[in-house]
Design a binder for this molecule. Structure first.
Ligand SMILES: NC(=O)c1ccc[n+]([C@@H]2O[C@H](COP(=O)([O-])OP(=O)(O)OC[C@H]3O[C@@H](n4cnc5c(N)ncnc54)[C@H](OP(=O)(O)O)[C@@H]3O)[C@@H](O)[C@H]2O)c1
Length: 343
């Protein structure tokens, strides 16, 4: 094993704007041998997530800031190649924060999110990075626990054709909501309406969002699932119903604009609506729900097998592509879940 090479992307600089390839450093090192209690995982697939860009900030996010020079953080599915940890047998599959690299050493605790049971080995690994992983858990608990949608209510979802958003709208329909999605192209909007069952979709790059929201939500918004922040959040705030809930899932509109949390652009100027409407806006972190993952995954699997929950995955070949692929999340060319096949 020691003669094998571990290819890695490390963080070289704090990016300004979209991350550039020169903000990363490509390294090739010998694969390390696991020490007592450790295992060596061979990463197979890497999840590309918008928060990766914020992980390059100098500030902590929900996870500590990455020091310059460290391996870029990323969620992967891989197989245990060597194990000196009795809890993990060689050949088993794990899901973890094991980075933009071919191989990772792990103690099987802090950086492993889930050990996948043998019967889950039939599930495509790309699905374990999406529908049946952190994305599914975020959509499920974000909407049901934080958003608390009720039948007949109006749900609006931003980045609705994205990994999380595409699930949120469909789960909303399963709850009996009327659902409006906001996405960045005509094709994505058609997909939301015709294949995912959204009641309406707004192309924010071609249509006036506030005007269309008023048309599609004539009785106001009960739940806004916010993946974007910025102007769309302001538009949704203006249409909130009494006791509405805003699920603050993420802010795609700011991850590239700023160097960190202290330089964020000015926020919505109309938060007063929260007071006037007795509304609630609540953030959450999907990882916090990991101990309850089985609860979500059981239902997500059933809905998917019954054809009630559709899911789209884009698989890109090669770890080398990772810095470039990260930017596809921000230029609108990603659709559904973006994953890189490492090996
Ligand atoms: N709280 C948590 O635990 C948690 C966990 C996972 C994800 N998240 C957050 O949830 C959100 C969605 O994550 P995801 O993984 O599903 O990513 P995603 O929605 O698939 O992100 C990529 C898509 O976002 C859209 N987008 C990019 N920049 C935008 C902008 N400035 N304004 C509007 N749309 C923009 C683009 O689609 P268009 O063509 O529509 O522009 C792009 O295809 C992110 O904010 C993420 O950080 C939070």
């Amino acid at each position: 094993m020691s003669r094998l090479i571990n290819r890695q992307w490390r963080v070289a600089r704090r990016p300004v704007g979209l991350a550039k390839q020169s903000d990363f450093e490509w390294r090739e090192e010998l694969v390390p041998a696991p020490g007592p209690g450790q295992m060596l995982v061979r990463n197979e697939y890497l999840s590309v997530d918008p928060i990766s860009r914020a992980w390059m900030w100098q500030d902590d996010t929900a996870l500590p800031a990455l020091p310059l020079g460290s391996v870029m953080r990323g969620i992967t599915v891989g197989r245990v190649a060597q194990s000196r940890n009795s809890a993990f047998v060689e050949g088993s599959r794990v899901l973890g924060l094991l980075g933009w690299q071919d191989y990772a050493l792990s103690n099987g605790e802090s950086d492993v999110l889930m050990r996948l049971s043998p019967d889950e080995h039939d599930v495509p690994p790309t699905m374990q990075l999406g529908l049946l992983g952190h994305v599914g858990i975020t959509a499920y608990f974000g909407l049901l626990e934080i958003g608390q949608p009720k039948a007949g209510e109006m749900l609006v979802v931003s980045s609705a054709a994205g990994a999380v958003g595409s699930l949120v709208g469909q789960i909303g329909k399963l709850c009996g909501c009327r659902v409006v999605g906001i996405a960045g192209s005509t094709d994505k909007c058609r997909w939301l309406r015709e294949e995912l069952g959204y009641d309406a979709a707004i192309n924010y790059k071609a249509e006036p969002v506030f005007k269309r929201l008023k048309q599609h939500c004539p009785h106001g918004i009960d739940v806004y699932f916010d993946n974007v922040g910025g102007a769309m959040l302001e538009d949704a705030l203006n249409l909130l119903n009494p006791h509405a809930r805003i699920v603050a899932c993420g802010m795609l509109s700011v991850y590239n604009d700023v160097g960190g949390l202290l330089t964020l652009p000015p926020g919505p100027n109309n938060l007063l609506h929260l007071t006037l409407r007795r509304a609630r806006m609540q953030g959450f972190v999907g990882f916090d729900f990991w101990p309850r993952a089985a609860e979500a995954l059981t239902r997500l699997v059933r809905w998917h097998r019954d054809g009630k929950l559709r899911y789209r995955v884009d698989v890109i070949e090669g770890l080398r592509q990772a810095p470039h692929v990260l930017n596809r999340l921000f230029d609108g060319t990603s659709w559904g879940k973006l994953v890189i096949r490492i090996s």
